[in-house]
Design a protein around this ligand. Sequence first.
Ligand SMILES: *Cc1c(COP(=O)(O)O)cnc(C)c1O
Length: 388
Amino acid sequence: MTFEFSDRLKALPPYLFKELDRIRDEVKARGVDVIDLGVGDPDRPTPPHVIEALKVAAGDKANHQYPVYSGMNSFRNVVANYYKRRYGVDLVPDTEVCSLIGSKEGLAQFPLAFLNPGDVSLVPEPSYPVYRSGTLFAGGTSVFMPLLAKNGFLPDLKAIGPEALKKAKIVWVNYPNNPTGAPASLEFYGELVELAKKHNLIVASDAAYSEVTDLGKPHPSVLEVPGGKDVAVEFHSLSKTYNMTGWRIGWAAGNATLIKGLGLVKSNVDSGVFQAVQLAGMAALEGPQDCVREMGKLYRERREVLVKGLAQAGIEVLKTDYTFYVWASVPKGLKSAEFASKLLNEVGIVATPGNGFGPSGEGYVRFALVQEVPRLREAANRLASLKF
Ligand SMILES: *Cc1c(COP(=O)(O)O)cnc(C)c1O
């Protein structure tokens, strides 16, 4: 019997890190104490009051049956309250909010609701790979918008070609940005909304890191722009804010037609988020928020420690108040993958080569600040010993 993968699976970009994975396993096998700053997954536990809320909710038989695929009314109310409280944005919980099984789920499914074969998604690169793969699975084509240092890692909206704009249905953005950590301003979102209105585009904004900061106020939201709700949907997640990556809960919020389309896809594919997890998510959003500020402070402390070591090795990084990533320039004469394997071989540190997120990531590596300060101090000491 021979089974072949579908053309859509065959069209997925190749996995670039096979060689690096091999080196990592080899270095570990040598007995080296490897410091893994590769994967963007918070190391600290979920706050205790959220875990308690899950325990209580899990014991209630009302939560044992199928949930409503678009989310409990109470969950959607809590999300609407969040936007009101944090942004002064009004949302109708019934029609403008939908729960997600982690925001990745929504990002991946969304193109199925609005793209036809041949339609274009405008996709930033370097970026989280799901905007591309979701577009591909829906039969669409990605046209890439490079994120360059000279533009503050924002897409140059004026550089998008007229042909691409004509065929485009969705423009994707992600700020605070993974992998660079760069923020966007409300002015940028304003220009994006204006472009979308002019060309009948959907703005799909991935805001997974908007609360990963110690500034005390969130990163701006595209829904704050006057008329933003006419064209935009924002994908949000509890994963990074509350150390809940394993729990699988997020939401989409914004334009009612966009939420309705996404909901139609979802009602045919899944049956919503376990209600006990939704109740725990509500406890996270409505409970004490000092844990969020503390994580932001902790990431700043970790960032300072690692960046110091990098500076001693002559490596420059993008300064930012957001995310738990450090986007570092590769020393002259080296490629991203070469530098990453040098880090592994010579000092036992795992970082992700920037080109894995897209061609414009060449020349960079990403460090995820997902180890405690003493470990990062050790990483910094090792880095400081590097010579180029
Ligand atoms: C982590 C991450 C997400 C999603 O996380 P979920 O756990 O699926 O909610 C979305 N976008 C970016 C850029 C991320 O880094």
